[in-house]
Design a protein around this ligand. Structure first.
Ligand code: SAM
Length: 276
């Protein structure tokens, strides 16, 4: 196990805050040591201080990305918290279909991790369209972004092993929306996959090039950021929403001081937010 001197740890903390916005707690030496051990071994670097020098002085982008990939927490699962997906299908999609007509409805899954969130949204849209027998077409575009390039690569191909599949997916949805490919692997069907576009994006950077959205899912990522960064991100997400657009946070997250930009909608259980 690598040992981190306290100065080394505080330099690494500051660096991670700068590049990813992630605000590690003061007691996270062990987490850093565990997650970076393999990278140090592979790169034949002795300690974290030398790793930081290597990344900063030589602009080693590949190594920088490996550090980001190792330090991000990618925990996710299908239809996480259930209510955001049900509320979307039962309360929001009809209104959006009517409002947008032939124009595309746009949904953003910010911090999409391995893809379960945007694909769950895509499945909900498919179920919604099928439940409306008279509906000829409902064009929806889902933009899914994340900071970690390793996780985006795995999300794009839509392949999942049994361990990921069993988390939150019913037998019916597995049969309907996935093709088995080999032992213990399933792939999201093309009609669900095609609706989702994956792009790298650091939530600290500008979102202007993504355009405006009807709904933004930004779940279980703001918890890693400082209060100021969270406020800044939420106010810029507000700027990325069309008038009256919706924001969905994680079930244990709150909007904090950004509440001036949003009104709360009670979904029972859970809440979502509407831009004001
Ligand atoms: C715990 S996962 C949440 C996944 C999904 N939204 C959910 O709720 O199930 C958090 C994700 O945030 C991403 N992340 C962390 N810092 C980020 C940043 N600065 N910009 C964009 N994504 C970031 C991580 O790579 C990770 O995939």
């Amino acid at each position: 196990m690598i040992q981190l001197k306290s100065e080394e740890f505080s330099h690494f903390r500051a660096y991670l805050r700068e590049i990813a916005g992630i605000d590690l707690g003061e007691d996270k030496q062990y987490l850093v040591a565990t997650r970076l051990r393999r990278i140090l071994e592979e790169a034949k670097i002795d300690d974290i201080a030398s790793l930081l020098i290597e990344i900063k002085q030589t602009y080693n982008r590949q190594l920088r990305q490996k550090v980001i990939d190792a330090m991000t927490t990618n925990e996710t699962f299908w239809f996480r918290d259930v209510y955001p997906f049900e509320y979307l299908a039962n309360h929001l999609l009809s209104g959006l279909a009517k409002k947008n007509g032939a124009a595309r409805t746009r949904i953003w899954s910010a911090a999409c991790s391995s893809g379960q969130e945007p694909y769950s949204i895509s499945i909900m849209i498919d179920e919604f369209v099928r439940s409306k027998f008279g509906m000829s077409s409902f064009p929806v575009e889902i933009i899914a972004t994340d900071l970690s390039s390793a996780i985006l690569d795995s999300a794009k191909n839509g392949l999942y092993d049994r361990l990921s599949i069993v988390r939150g997916l019913s037998e019916r949805r597995l049969k309907e929306y996935f093709n088995p490919v080999g032992d213990n692997t399933w792939q999201v069907k093309p009609n669900i996959l095609e609706r989702v576009q994956f792009k790298p994006l650091n939530l600290q950077d500008s979102y202007l090039m993504l355009g405006k959205f009807d709904v933004v899912f930004c779940r279980n990522v703001l918890i890693y950021f400082s209060a100021e960064l969270k406020r800044d991100i939420l106010s810029r997400i507000r700027g990325s929403l069309k008038p009256g657009g919706y924001l969905v946070l994680g079930s244990s997250e709150s909007i904090g001081t950004a509440s001036v930009h949003f009104e709360m909608i009670h979904c029972n259980p859970g809440v979502i937010y509407r831009a004001i």
